[in-house]
Design a protein around this ligand. Structure first.
Ligand code: SF4
Ligand code: SF4
Length: 77
């Protein structure tokens, strides 16, 4: 008990992330930080699944697979 628990978090593609920090600045929960120029999720429990990080990322490096699909019709199939 009291161990770290895995739960859904935005998925980070480290190859696409260019370390611009936009996602970090929009995350109101402090769930994201930049580590050596690549975004890293550090506070999983703080993530409110607002999906802002996905929305602001210019490189599609961070995605929220749990989100409700937007009207624009993202389809990963
Ligand atoms: S979904 Fe929202 S709360 Fe969670 S990491 Fe992204 S910006 Fe932060
Ligand atoms: S917004 Fe995208 S490219 Fe910028 S730090 Fe976040 S994940 Fe990386």
């Amino acid at each position: 008990m009291g161990m770290e628990t895995m739960r859904d978090m935005p998925v980070i593609d480290r190859d696409k992330c260019q370390g611009c920090g936009l996602c970090v600045s929009v995350c109101a929960c402090g769930a994201l930080v930049l580590v050596e120029g690549i975004v890293t999720a550090v506070a999983v429990d703080e993530c409110r699944w607002c999906t802002l990080c996905e929305l602001v990322c210019p490189n599609n490096a961070i995605t929220c697979p749990f989100e409700i699909v937007f009207e624009s019709g993202q389809d990963t199939a």
